[in-house]
Design a protein around this ligand. Sequence first.
Ligand SMILES: NC(=O)C1=CN([C@@H]2O[C@H](COP(=O)(O)OP(=O)(O)OC[C@H]3O[C@@H](n4cnc5c(N)ncnc54)[C@H](OP(=O)(O)O)[C@@H]3O)[C@@H](O)[C@H]2O)C=CC1
Ligand SMILES: O=C(O)C1=N[C@H](C(=O)O)C[C@H](O)C1
Length: 252
Amino acid sequence: MSDEVLRVGVIGARGRMGTEVTQAVDAADDLDLVAAVGGREWLFSLSDAGSQVVVDFTHPDVVMEHIRFAVDQNIHAVVGTSGIDDERAETIRGWLASKPGLGVIVVPNFAIGAVLAARFAREAARFFESAEIIELHHAGKVDAPSGTAIATARGIAGARAAAGLAAVPDATTMEAAGARGAQVDGIHVHSVRLPGMVAHQEVVLGSSGETLTIRHDSLHRSSFMPGVLLAIRSVADHPGLTFGLEQLLGLD
Ligand SMILES: NC(=O)C1=CN([C@@H]2O[C@H](COP(=O)(O)OP(=O)(O)OC[C@H]3O[C@@H](n4cnc5c(N)ncnc54)[C@H](OP(=O)(O)O)[C@@H]3O)[C@@H](O)[C@H]2O)C=CC1
Ligand SMILES: O=C(O)C1=N[C@H](C(=O)O)C[C@H](O)C1
């Protein structure tokens, strides 16, 4: 992208994340907040305002519609909304196929510490017999498990499979429904929802005689802003679909 100020629109601008993002974009000298929209009826103001990049923090039920809109309007998209699974990612790739030069970046968690924690968990996974995830969030969160936990579990499962590890040991034969959490690619994930929490995750790895706990805490939504701003500034240089922040941080 050129040295000119980048025109940014935010979808979900009145939400918990959208509020923080609009402030962060507004405060950045190289970014111009040209549209901050809430509901669907306002989507068109994004293109009317000349947005070059849109940022979406809305709801898993509507995020695909927003990405489609951005791609159709030739606007780069930075997506924080959870719920982008493999099937949805493939759909986005299909939309982008006819739009060379257009970028969509989907990031399960924009906090640098969370990205590193997931990476450390992946690295540790092959050395331990088992791993489980506990994610803890504010009570207003609509989805469980969190997008971060799903991505972390998939990373751990991939590392275990590559190392040829057997399924995680578990002798449970009597279970109150849900007591062992959800399973994502064979990794148990436990979701806590509590007022007072923001976004937290623990990966607990275990082998004979030892455990390793990798924990990350977002104590305030400002924790996500350096990652969001990095993605906004980078998206035009990353055509196609980019999943996660690692590549942008030079970690791949
Ligand atoms: N990747 C990351 O690092 C992070 C991701 N998230 C994810 O971001 C998403 C939003 O989280 P959060 O901000 O806490 O949620 P909120 O519920 O606080 O905000 C969501 C916003 O989206 C708006 N919205 C809902 N439907 C539409 C629509 N059809 N068109 C436009 N806007 C719509 C809502 O509008 P209205 O106010 O009018 O109801 C609301 O303002 C979640 O999926 C969450 O998991 C959250 C934190 C970090
Ligand atoms: O809803 C949230 O708050 C968060 N959602 C994302 C997720 O589902 O992982 C990222 C972070 O955990 C905060």
